[in-house]
Structures are given as structure tokens and as C-alpha cells.
Design a protein around this ligand. Structure first.
Ligand SMILES: *Cc1c(COP(=O)(O)O)cnc(C)c1O
Length: 466
């Protein structure tokens, strides 16, 4: 066991050391992967050492290096080594963290970590929370509580409001909760990609007049497309006045509120009835770690608690918490351990510094894009995201701009020196840059922009030849 364990640690550390020189992603088709990995059901065991070899040969190389300093695609995640060790400890001890009787230590750690996050984000003392697998389940839990508290009877008349920029996890959560598709009113976003209060007011009033029953506004704190933050104070005022539940999906951006410099942008999220954040995105811990907070102390457990006879020994006393009562999972991993070890090892000051530094990297990228004539900013830097595109010189080419930028992204993804991704903003295909990694430096941004320019030129030549 020791020899194998040390071998795994050595390989992981080696992987970390080589990250800057490794390729960001090695893409592979399904048929290539089938050739490498498809096998008959293994009735007989075989030597684990050779299987570890196969892991490093046939599995690990065919996955994006999300923690590579030049991985700018989607939402990167770059855990600290302390977080990785925390995961190993929780796994090695195989804690069962669904009930207090089976995990007083790990459960107290989760309460402590949730308490730190509450304090850092400025949430009310009575707020209760739970760590989840990620933002998707956290949204599902928060919206289940909203349904429990604000929807009486008939789901078919209940309506919830959000902007078109909202993450798909929200629509999926409402579908799972049994709402008809039309219950989610996706309102157009304003010129800054935010939910507009005027559009919201009009929609809620029109729906009430039509006999529907609005129950919830879903704001986003850090949209996936552009990092935009909906006007939280305005929306909180509106919800208070109208008696609506305010759910804030801050899976991406809420953690930036730990930095006082983000107060102007993220102030107001403490007024949410339910709030989602994703420590596995910007808090530098590994997958999986999401989180949901609910302001009303008893609402989570009122929504999820069921006590069957065979769990009667697990009933709690005096402030003890069965985390299985706060969500969907009974058997659950002790995710708090990796947060505790990482946040204690580095301290919140270092974490906040890393968040601020990565926000500045996106601002730096925007500035550099503006001074490069071949590039154009489409959505300015917000909370560590900037969207831009490459222009083609010459006239009559604008209709090709989407295809042109798509070709650039495809080429860069295949070459594997950088990983970038794309999205559509008002129908325009844009390159989306999200530099969240604490290892990323301004020189990595410079190198990427040079690469986009040079690939852009190459692609334009081949387009001209067609
Ligand atoms: C990432 C994200 C989600 C989904 O979270 P997972 O952790 O991937 O399940 C939901 N909403 C927003 C705004 C996100 O950025």
C-alpha cells in the first residue's frame, strides 16, 4: 500500500511540475478511446501496478488540463495541493458524512467552513448551508426550498423570472422539480447582459393579471457568458415589495465577494433568500465542491428532512446537524475537509489576493485586446471574463466573422498550446477568455493574444484560397 501510494503521489507532483510545459488538452474521438479502453468485463483481477501504468497512458492524457496556466476555456479550476490532500484524507478515511452520529468531526468541519464563507460573504448569522457536488445540485436544492416555501398547490400556474444569460442548470432544476417549461420566464438582458428590472416588473405584473402566480426571481452573480452581475439590490428591493423569493446563482462569481474591491458589483447578494456558490471554481479546491445557503434557518431541513425508522438512531440533539437532512444525498463525502485544509493552510488573505490577481488579468487582457488592431472587445472584462473576436481586414467579410473566429478557436483547441472556448453574444460568435488560475501570468495572456492574431492570419489566408 505504501509503495503504491507513494508512486501515485510522485506521479501527481510530477504532473503539477510539468504543467506549464504540457499541452492544455489532447482531444480524442470516441472511436480512438474505444480502441484504447474497451474490454470485456474483467472477471479475473490483474496487477494493479500495470493498471496504474495504463491510467497514465490511456486515461490521464485524454483530459483537458483544467489547471494548466494557459487553460482559459469554460470555467477553469486550479486546486491547491492542500485541497488535493484534503480530498485524499476524506477518501482514505471513507467518512460517511450524512449523519452526525457517524461523523461528528467532519460535520463540525463543514459547519465551520460554512461559517467562514457566511462571514466572508456578509451573510446573516441565521443562514444555513450545505456543501454539494456542484452548482447544478446547489441550484436544485435552493429552488426546491423556494418551491416549498412559496408555491402553494398548483405548479402549473407558478412562474419564475430570470434573464436569457442564466445558466442552463436553472432550467434543468425547474424541470426536475416538476415545473412546466413555460414556468421559467427568460427575459431579454440589457446592454450590459444583466437582468433588467423594468423588463422584470412588466413581466411579473402582466403574469399576475393573466392569473399566474409569480413566486421567484433568479438572479445571476457572474454569468457564464460575460461575468455580468444582475442588479442585486434593485432585484432584492423588488422581491421584498412583491413577496417573491430571491434566488441568486453565484456559482461562478459569488466567491469574489470575499474581496472588498468587489463590494460595488456584488453587494446585495447577502439579501438573497437562497444563494449558490461553487468552491471548485474560484476558491481553489478540486471537484467536487458546490455550496448553497438559505437565509431562513429551518427552510432547508423543512424541505429535505425525512426520518425513517431504520435511521432512528441518527436523530440529532442540541444543535447537531445531519447534513443528509439538508439536501439530496444521504451517503456523502466529507467535502469540508479539503476546504478546511486549503483555507487554513493558505489563509483567506492569500485566496483573496489570488482572486483579485485573476480579475486583474482579465482587465489586462481587455486592455491588450483594445490596443491590437486585429482584435475587438465584444464584452469588457467583468469578474475575470472577457469576450472578444478577431477581425478580418478588407471589406465585405463581416458575414464571415463568425465562421472565421470559429475556425480560430477550433485550430487553437486542436494544437493544444492554449485552451480557449467560445460563446454567442447577440448572435455574434466570440472567443471567451476566463483566466482564473493562480498560476497564470500576464505573459500567458500576451502569448495567447499573439497566438489568436497569428492563427487568425493563417486561417484568413486559407479562407481566401477557398
Ligand atoms: C458552473 C455554473 C453552474 C453549474 O455548476 P456545476 O458546479 O458545474 O454543477 C451553474 N450556474 C453558474 C452561473 C455557473 O457558473
Amino acid at each position: 500500500m505504501r509503495r503504491l501510494g507513494y508512486q501515485v503521489v510522485d506521479r501527481i507532483v510530477e504532473r503539477w511540475r510539468n504543467l506549464p510545459r504540457a499541452s492544455t488538452a489532447r482531444l480524442a474521438t470516441r472511436s480512438e478511446m474505444e480502441t484504447r479502453l474497451r474490454e470485456p468485463l474483467p472477471w479475473e483481477g490483474e496487477d494493479i501496478e500495470s493498471l496504474l501504468g495504463r491510467f497514465w497512458r490511456d486515461i490521464e492524457p485524454f483530459a483537458g488540463k483544467i489547471d494548466h496556466p494557459r487553460f482559459f476555456a469554460f470555467i477553469p479550476s486550479s486546486p491547491t495541493f492542500a485541497s488535493v490532500l484534503g480530498d485524499w484524507l476524506a477518501t482514505g478515511c471513507n467518512f460517511f458524512q450524512g449523519t452526525w452520529i457517524e461523523s461528528a468531526g467532519p460535520s463540525e468541519v463543514e459547519l465551520v467552513v460554512l461559517g467562514w464563507l457566511k462571514e466572508g460573504l456578509g451573510l446573516a448569522e441565521e443562514t444555513s448551508g450545505v456543501l454539494t457536488s456542484g452548482g447544478s445540485v446547489a441550484n436544485l436544492i435552493g429552488l426546491a426550498v423556494a418551491r416549498q416555501r412559496r408555491v402553494r398547490g398548483d405548479l402549473s400556474r407558478a412562474t419564475a423570472y430570470t434573464s436569457v444569460q442564466t445558466h442552463s442548470a436553472v432550467a434543468r432544476a425547474l424541470r426536475i422539480l416538476g415545473f412546466p417549461e413555460a414556468a421559467l420566464r427568460q427575459l431579454p438582458s440589457d446592454s450590459d447582459w444583466r437582468l433588467s428590472r423594468d423588463a422584470l416588473t412588466a413581466a411579473v405584473h402582466a403574469d399576475r393579471e393573466a392569473g399566474l402566480a409569480p413566486f421567484c426571481v433568479i438572479a445571476t452573480a457572474g454569468t457564464t457568458n460575460t461575468g455580468a452581475v444582475d442588479p442585486l439590490h434593485e432585484l432584492a428591493d423588488f422581491c421584498e415589495r412583491e413577496g417573491l423569493w430571491l434566488h441568486v446563482d453565484g456559482a461562478y462569481g459569488a466567491i469574489a465577494r470575499l474581496s472588498p474591491t468587489c463590494e460595488p458589483l456584488l453587494g446585495g447578494l447577502e439579501r438573497a433568500d437562497s444563494l449558490v456558490l461553487d468552491p471548485h471554481k474560484w476558491l481553489y479546491v478540486g471537484y467536487e465542491a458546490g455550496c448553497v445557503f438559505v437565509r431562513d434557518r429551518s427552510a432547508l431541513e423543512e424541505t429535505f428532512r425525512v426520518l425513517p425508522d431504520y435511521l432512528q438512531d441518527t436523530d440529532v440533539h442540541e444543535g447537531e446537524v445531519n447534513f443528509g437532512d439538508r439536501g439530496i444525498q444521504l451517503s456523502r463525502a466529507a467535502r469540508g475537509i479539503k476546504l478546511w485544509l486549503s483555507l487554513k493552510t493558505h489563509g483567506f488573505t492569500a485566496v483573496v489576493r489570488a482572486i483579485e490577481q485573476t480579475i486583474q488579468l482579465a482587465v489586462y487582457a481587455e486592455d491588450q485586446i483594445r490596443v491590437r488592431p486585429a482584435l475587438e472587445v465584444v464584452a469588457p472584462a467583468s469578474l475575470g471574463i472577457v469576450c472578444f473576436r478577431h477581425r478580418i481586414s478588407g471589406e465585405g467579410k463581416s458575414e464571415n466573422l463568425n465562421a472565421h473566429n470559429e475556425a480560430i478557436v477550433g485550430t487553437i483547441q486542436r494544437e493544444g498550446h492554449f485552451m480557449i472556448s467560445s460563446t454567442l453574444l447577440d448572435g455574434a460568435y466570440v472567443i471567451r477568455l476566463c483566466p482564473l488560475n493562480y498560476r497564470t501570468a500576464a505573459s500567458d495572456i500576451d502569448a495567447l493574444l499573439r497566438e489568436v492574431e497569428s492563427v487568425g492570419k493563417r486561417v484568413a489566408v486559407s479562407e481566401g484560397e477557398e
